[in-house]
Design a protein around this ligand. Structure first.
Ligand code: FAD
Length: 318
């Protein structure tokens, strides 16, 4: 059976959910071989084996932490050359997309980014993408070499599928280019205690209708009652009411949660580009003509300051 390389996103050995989703998709294409890099790489093995990884290739070196993505590209290329996989899968994070692009160039293959589904095809894996602000769905195949595919979080379920998960050390020789740019400092973001926006199963977003930074407390209360992440439209971010790291849309983050609740957001095409692949969309807007209502599964025409607190109270008592 063909092997499929899966790039592991982890923090000190704790595997992040999008990687487990990748393993579900990788099993449709062949036998997943995971590549975990950096501190704690070996500790990822039990979780990866539990979700279908037949092998876990690990490497740790100062280069992975000290420099930008090139050392990771070197490592992934070494893994690629060692196993000649049928495909390489990575999560659709900003970092992994850069790794994917560089890897595709090096191995003379093609790249597909932001896939929302994957299936095996007669002539290689076929990826579904949502394009042109999610107005169209395309099914795409790379026509030369092993495809390098990044997959949006929440595109597949996490499934238990116990496998061997044998750990093997990966030998990496770093290219000269790997050390061209050095990371001089890292500042961790203050934790809000909420899930990461792009990985959250539920996102509650506020827009210009929230009308002030202090009023985002209403959005946050609903988010917390659901264990959700908080998002914002660009209008809310540009007004300084919420941080740019929470912006959803074309020039913000792309999210694909099970449930997306938009409050006081009109539904401009640039906002839709970042959330239209959400499985269920709910909007609360006082204007019945707002374009957001064209794409919702459930819409509430009303003042968010009346509707959202009622919703929060109702969820809390359940
Ligand atoms: P508005 O369009 O002003 O809508 C506010 C909505 O709130 C209205 O529909 C109104 O009826 C409703 N409302 C007001 N008060 C209440 C209330 N009390 N209760 C309920 N409803 C209420 N936008 C993004 O979001 N993300 C992006 O990444 C992004 N990138 C862009 C990139 C480019 C190149 C450009 C040109 C634009 C981009 N935009 C982006 C901006 C986008 O075009 C819109 O301007 C923006 O999305 C509007 O935000 P909004 O819906 O919050 O505000």
């Amino acid at each position: 059976m063909a092997e499929v390389l899966v790039y592991v996103d982890h923090v000190d050995g704790a595997v992040r959910k999008p990687t487990l989703e990748l393993l579900t998709l990788a099993r449709r294409l062949g036998e997943p071989v995971a590549v975990a890099l950096g501190p704690g790489a070996e500790n990822t093995a039990p979780a990866l084996a539990e979700h279908g990884a037949v092998k876990v290739l690990t490497a740790d070196a100062a280069e992975f932490g000290d420099y930008l993505v090139v050392p990771k590209v070197d490592a992934l290329q070494a893994a690629y050359e060692a196993i000649s996989p049928a495909a390489v899968l990575l999560p659709s994070s900003a970092e992994a997309k850069e790794i994917a692009a560089r890897l595709a160039v090096r191995i003379g293959s093609g790249i597909i980014t932001d896939a929302v589904d994957l299936e095996a095809g007669d002539q290689g894996p076929v990826a579904t993408q949502s394009v042109f602000a999610a107005a169209f769905s395309t099914r795409t195949r790379v026509s030369k070499g092993a495809p390098v595919i990044t997959v949006k979080p929440n595109s597949a379920p996490v499934e238990a599928a116990p496998a061997a998960g044998a750990v093997e050390a990966l030998t990496v020789s770093f290219s000269e280019k790997a050390t061209g740019t050095k990371i001089v400092s890292r500042t961790p973001r203050e934790s809000t205690g909420r899930p990461e926006l792009t990985e959250a199963a539920i996102v509650v977003s506020g827009g210009r209708g929230v009308n002030g930074a202090e009023n985002f407390a209403v959005i946050e209360a609903l988010a917390d009652s659901l264990g959700a992440a908080v998002g914002a439209s660009r209008a809310a971010v540009d007004a300084g009411w919420y941080p740019h790291s929470s912006q959803v849309g074309q020039t913000g983050k792309s999210v694909s949660p099970q449930l997306y609740i938009a409050s006081g957001i009109s539904g401009a095409i640039q906002h839709r580009a970042g959330m239209q692949t959400s499985k269920t969309i709910v909007a609360i807007n006082k204007d019945a003509e707002a374009p957001i209502f064209d794409l919702v599964d459930y819409g509430v025409v009303g003042d968010l300051f009346e509707v959202v607190p009622q919703l929060t109270d109702e969820i809390k008592v359940r």
